[in-house]
Design a protein around this ligand. Sequence first.
Ligand SMILES: Cc1cc2nc3c(=O)[nH]c(=O)nc-3n(C[C@H](O)[C@H](O)[C@H](O)COP(=O)(O)OP(=O)(O)OC[C@H]3O[C@@H](n4cnc5c(N)ncnc54)[C@H](O)[C@@H]3O)c2cc1C
Length: 223
Amino acid sequence: MDVELNRDAKRIVSDWLADLNAALEARAPDRVGALFRPDADWRDIVALTRTIETVSDRAEVARRLVDTAAASGASGFAIDPERYPPRDVERAGEPCVEAILTFQTAIGTGAGIVRLKRSDCRAGAAQAWTLLTSLESLRGHEEETIIEKAEVPAFERDFHGPNWLDRRREASRYADRDPAVLIVGGGHAGITAAARLKALGVEALVVDRMARIGDNWRKRYHG
Ligand SMILES: Cc1cc2nc3c(=O)[nH]c(=O)nc-3n(C[C@H](O)[C@H](O)[C@H](O)COP(=O)(O)OP(=O)(O)OC[C@H]3O[C@@H](n4cnc5c(N)ncnc54)[C@H](O)[C@@H]3O)c2cc1C
């Protein structure tokens, strides 16, 4: 039974994605809209909109998806073969078909999740309830894997040379070049973005109006 349900989930999602790709390529909001429930929500994290945006309502989802897919080059929405396959799940008390997606944009690879209510999955008329799209990686800045890092020769300690802090200070001076990214504000969001960019090999500088990391909290509470 589970195998049959999974096969059915895969077919439903594959058909829905084929229609989505064709409708986006044709830049046809009415065709995109027909693939969503009237109360659908779409959230994008930087992949198509370059910001964090939640769009509600079928007509608005269709309009924004068509516009931003054209601007960002988002295409090739497919079931991610390296992630958990499409399956039947229950979300917010609703039986759903859920699938993890992959897609391309002009600057990188995206990941996504689509959920379709089981009750909306009649033959040839499946409509999505929610869609999430997010930018996963930047082309030309592929993430170093732990295996690749292990191949880097071990750090040789030189007690007379610069230490870790000296190197950090020198790197953050940006004396001979500019960072690719300037992050204004070193709170949770700023530091997380800097760490992620470092993992992708993109140079970023965090600046904050406060002197030390954590001062925004240190100065709020006596603790
Ligand atoms: C009273 C209170 C209690 C909270 N309690 C909790 C809790 O218990 N647990 C929890 O998980 N979350 C808590 N939160 C929420 C959590 O603190 C925030 O969600 C989180 O700090 C947001 O991170 P952020 O990086 O977006 O913004 P912030 O942490 O506010 O970081 C923004 C940074 O930008 C800097 N900045 C702002 N403007 C400029 C500028 N013009 N130039 C340069 N730098 C600038 C600021 O100095 C700051 O360092 C609380 C929030 C508040 C207000």
